[in-house]
Design a protein around this ligand. Structure first.
Ligand code: GRF
Length: 203
């Protein structure tokens, strides 16, 4: 299946997916990587893998509507079956999310529904939770609130700071994002309203 990935920065989750695809373990063709930030490290990762890159810089547009018109035009040119948000740090309008309903995924660094939004590791430490993690979910208009496909748990350990906890979670992100993409590419998962069906059965 054809994939377009949206990034804003480092691109390590993108890299995990590119690596699995290159190893022949993911039946996907990443057709383009689009960043809203020209300096995103992930653009160089895509280029190194021979993948087309594009920058749609949100600061170059007068408003969100104009930015998203350019963004969706860039995405749609590649006719993707699946759109991946991989550290993409712009909130998309309900209209844009609806355009990719059931075929847009996101990775979020928390055990959703806990800690939607930003600074999840700091907030998990402040809350004193003993377990933290990451979630892959279908994107809906409800920010970080779409149906969850797969989660990975990590312990919060004594002496953890934000960076240590983030690194522990990130290693798991790199496992579960390719896994969810594989399930999707194999036609095993689909969004059914507020839930996910795996092999036709509710998760
Ligand atoms: C990840 O922690 C992801 O869950 C969050 O932003 C970070 C992106 O990292 N949404 P990377 O760009 O994939 O390295």
């Amino acid at each position: 299946i054809g994939v377009v990935a949206l990034i804003s920065g480092r691109g390590s989750n993108l890299q995990a997916i590119l690596d699995e695809a290159a190893a022949g373990r993911l039946p996907v063709q990443v057709r383009a990587v689009i960043s809203n930030r020209p300096e995103a490290q992930g653009l160089a990762r895509a280029q190194a893998a021979g993948i087309a890159t594009e920058v749609v810089d949100h600061t170059a547009f007068p408003d969100r509507l104009a930015f998203e018109a350019a963004l969706t035009e860039a995405i749609d040119r590649h006719r993707p079956d699946l759109v991946l948000l991989a550290g993409f740090m712009r909130v998309l309008s309900a209209q844009t999310v609806a355009r990719y309903a059931g075929r847009m995924l996101n990775i979020h660094p928390s055990l959703l529904p806990a800690f939607r939004g930003l600074h999840t590791h700091r907030r998990a430490l402040e809350a004193g939770v003993r377990e933290h993690g990451a979630s892959v979910h279908f994107v809906t208009a409800d920010l970080d609130g779409g149906p969850v496909i797969v989660q990975a748990r990590v312990p919060v350990l004594p002496g953890d700071d934000e960076a240590r906890l983030a690194a522990r979670v990130l290693r798991q992100e790199h496992r579960i994002y390719p896994l969810a993409v594989r399930w999707f590419a194999e036609g095993r998962i689909r969004q059914d309203g507020a839930r996910v069906l795996l092999d036709g059965l509710p998760l």
